[in-house]
Design a protein. Structure first.
Lengths: 293, 321
């Protein structure tokens, strides 16, 4: 049971990081980014490229992967999202465009990197034992990194001026613009942070699963979306809570003391069952607003 | 012989385009007329196909009884998904419907005893017996072929699929001209105004969702009959996105735009299979498969950016917002 909770925290913290990235951009641009999973895969692959063929340290590789994902996010904003905003495109256009983008990105990654499984140069057999809980090195690193990131993002949003600007814009974009906030700059910052988080979440997910391929981003996307919706779209704190809750629910549901446990193949289904029940009780999500502003 | 010049190949492309027409027609009812963002259309299609196949193989039902039940099961699934999900905001609804279609696929992959699992319908029956759910259909198709005097079964399927598609298009066109259809469009354009006139918005949306799901179920049946075997992997979310692209290509809010979009899509999709000239010949077949989907994705993005009402869409009535 403790082991399952520990596993759940690992999965949940990956979801939480990615969910915050999706949520930040949604809050500011009203864009449900369907290409986010493939951005995660992009970050994971760049990291693999720097770590594997280029033989650099994992730390440097992760930094490169995150930076590249952030750069790609900003570039995509310039060529795709900014023109669509200029046309006052609504939710539907943005969502469909992101689906098209997701297709292009994923196939490009497959085109360049091939569909074979890839692994980082990490020793998978080092295990930390903490009383009855056994965690691999990758899992320990993931929990530690994720905890640090979650605290950092939370603090950033709560106390820094930029963080407050982002939250103000999520609250009411027009009002924030009237109040003299540089909307273009804040948008850029949101994309950069969202891209950094996508890269990081991608690398962590790839590390935990040990091996990955360019398709894995899409498989992660739906639980991440579920976490975002559970927390209430656009609420960054909600996304954090939603991610952790879903990760825990997925792992703990397989506990044999719980009516024999759910077959592990149904973990993604568990995430959506939790989501469905939560939405029945609270249709706007845990921290969401009832209506679109 | 060059495959491009073979009638059989193009008949196949047109059959698939007919199936896509029925699938996308469901989306047109749901989005083009009721404004619902259903991104789980492929899930309803899978339910239609699997219900029919399972009833025929496991329960020994006649195809002609099992097929309407497959459609009914798809419509019922639409009601079941809609009851909780239609109370959500539009963006939540879109995500929940994708999730639904993925759950259907997970269940079909893992409940081997019910669906044959990841091996698909070949494993529906007891081990060692290749099972058939389309025997009765094949005989029916042969009869039609005989009475039409056709020599190719592809051409026969073409006539059947497009015959059904045209009937369904006409029926949908008629239904949307009834008072019921007018209320749907009123809800799409201004939900609050329709509600203030005493219309039960929720019930109308639920009916539109179920009707679109039933059409997806019909598409699932033809999919099952066209390919004598199918597996859960045939019902990836990608298929839903193809249907959305057809809707966008054709145009929103017009029933007759759906077959046009479907044919254009079919020929783009089939056509990109023959990128057998430089620079495409520099790549292997895997890479070319990736390139095809890159092109499809780019077309979706460009359509959204440049022509949000679709090729034949009615700009005054409905623009993608």
């Amino acid at each position: 049971m403790l082991q399952l909770i520990a596993n759940g925290l690992v999965t949940g913290s990956v979801y939480a990081i990615a969910a915050v990235g999706v949520s930040l951009v949604y809050g500011i641009l009203r864009l449900v980014n369907f290409a986010y999973g493939d951005l995660m895969a992009f970050g994971a692959l760049i990291t693999f490229g720097v770590n594997g063929p280029l033989h650099q340290s994992m730390l440097l590789a992760v930094a490169a992967g995150m930076a590249a994902t952030a750069a790609l996010s900003v570039a995509l904003d310039l060529v795709l999202w900014k023109p669509l905003r200029a046309r006052r495109a609504g939710f539907m256009s943005l969502f469909l465009a992101s689906i098209g983008l997701a297709l292009v990105l994923r196939q490009l990654l497959l085109f360049v990197a091939g569909s074979g499984p890839k692994s980082y140069r990490i020793d998978p057999y080092r295990v930390f034992v903490l009383s009855s809980v056994r965690l691999s090195e990758a899992q320990v690193i993931t929990i530690a990194t994720a905890a640090g990131t979650i605290v950092a993002v939370g603090l950033f949003l709560a106390v820094t001026t930029t963080g407050r600007v982002l939250r103000a814009m999520a609250d009411d974009r027009a009002l924030a613009a009237v109040a003299g906030i540089d909307v273009a700059r804040a948008t850029r910052i949101a994309w950069i942070i969202s891209g950094l988080l996508a890269g990081l979440a991608g690398v962590l997910a790839a590390t935990v699963e040990y091996s990955f391929d360019p398709n894995f981003g899409f498989q992660l996307l739906l639980p991440v979306f579920a976490a975002v919706v559970l927390g209430g779209i656009g609420s960054a704190y909600g996304a954090l809570a939603g991610g952790l809750a879903l990760g825990l629910a997925q792992e703990v549901s397989t506990w044999s003391g719980f009516a024999g446990g759910v077959n592990p193949v149904y973990k993604p289904v568990v995430a959506f069952a939790v989501l469905a029940v939560a939405l029945l009780i609270r249709p706007q999500g845990l921290f969401g607003r009832a209506r679109l502003a | 012989m060059n495959v491009l010049a073979s009638g059989g190949f193009w008949a196949f492309v047109a059959v698939v385009a007919g199936i896509y027409t029925i699938l996308a027609l469901g989306l047109q009812v749901q989005f083009g007329f009721a404004g619902l963002l259903n991104f789980g259309q492929v899930g309803f299609m899978a339910i239609g196909a699997y219900t029919m196949a399972i009833l025929v193989v496991k329960e020994g039902w006649s195809t002609w009884l099992a097929a309407p039940l497959g459609i009914a099961a798809a419509a019922a699934a639409g009601l079941l998904v809609g009851l909780p999900a239609l109370r959500l905001r539009a963006d939540y609804f879109a995500i929940v419907t994708i999730a639904f279609s993925e759950i259907v696929r997970y269940v079909a992959t893992n409940e081997t005893a019910l669906t044959g699992g990841s091996q698909g319908t070949i494993a529906l029956g007891p081990i060692g017996t290749a099972t058939q759910y389309n025997g009765q259909w094949s005989r029916f198709q042969a009869q039609v072929q005989h009475s039409l005097g056709f020599s190719s079964s592809d051409a026969t399927m073409l006539v059947i699929v497009w015959g059904v598609a045209v009937v369904l298009l006409a029926l949908t066109w008629l239904v949307l001209r009834t008072p019921w259809g007018r209320v749907l469009r009123a809800i799409r354009d201004d939900e609050d105004a329709a509600a203030s006139l005493g219309k039960n918005v929720f019930a109308y949306k639920l009916q539109a969702l179920a009707l679109g799901a039933a059409l997806a179920g019909v598409a699932g049946l033809f999919y099952a009959w066209q390919f004598s075997f199918f597996s859960p992997d045939d019902f990836q979310p990608l298929l839903t996105f193809f249907a959305w692209m057809i809707l966008l290509l054709g145009g929103l809010g017009r029933v007759w735009a759906v077959p046009v979009g479907s044919l254009v899509f079919g020929f783009i999709f089939a056509g990109t299979r023959f990128l057998d000239f430089a620079p495409f010949t520099w790549f292997g077949s895997d890479e070319r498969a990736y390139l095809r989907l890159i092109i499809i994705g780019l077309i979706i993005v460009l359509l959204v950016m440049l022509r949000p009402q679709g090729l034949l869409g009615n700009r005054r009535e409905m623009v993608l917002e």
